[in-house]
Design a protein around this ligand. Structure first.
Ligand code: 4NP
Length: 144
């Protein structure tokens, strides 16, 4: 699960998908394409909204996506088209590129819809992000 800062959207996506796949042998992780927040906890607003649904994301720490992740993961989901392009830009070959998709394409294939960045908005943005991720993570979990 990859966003920009790895403090708002992708930590929620990681927490939600882990929660929905806890009985499956799946490893879920998250990262950001930017390095602004390395080592930081998720944004408090993400921690709070996850808590509301019984999901603890407070043990996560921000890290930056790197090309090693193409070897470590079978599937790489970008939260928006900007981060999708950043990930693709460091892909080494077609096999790397084939692993990358926009997360909302799991709901509407080829729609290229974004999970909006809630960082500078009000608290409501985090509820919207949570609801979108909850819906798409159901689709992903059911396929696994
Ligand atoms: P995220 O949100 O990509 O969902 O973690 C952001 C976090 C921080 C910044 C932008 C987006 N920032 O500009 O610092």
């Amino acid at each position: 699960m990859v966003c920009l800062g790895n403090i708002c959207r992708s930590p929620l996506a990681e927490g939600i998908l882990k929660y929905k796949t806890k009985n499956k042998n799946i490893f879920v992780d998250s990262a950001g394409t930017a390095s602004y927040h390395l080592g930081k906890l998720p944004d408090n607003r993400s921690i709070q909204i996850a808590n509301k649904y019984g999901i603890d994301i407070s043990k996560q720490r921000a890290r930056q996506f790197s090309e090693i992740d193409f070897d470590r993961f079978d599937k790489i989901y970008a939260m928006d088209t900007y981060n999708f392009a950043s990930i693709i830009s460091i892909a080494r070959n077609q096999s790397d590129r084939n692993k990358v998709d926009l997360i909302l394409n799991e709901i509407n294939p080829k729609s290229f819809d974004n999970i909006p960045d809630p960082y500078y908005g009000d608290g409501d943005g985090f509820q919207k992000v949570y609801d979108m991720l909850d819906e798409v993570c159901d689709v992903i979990a059911n396929k696994l």
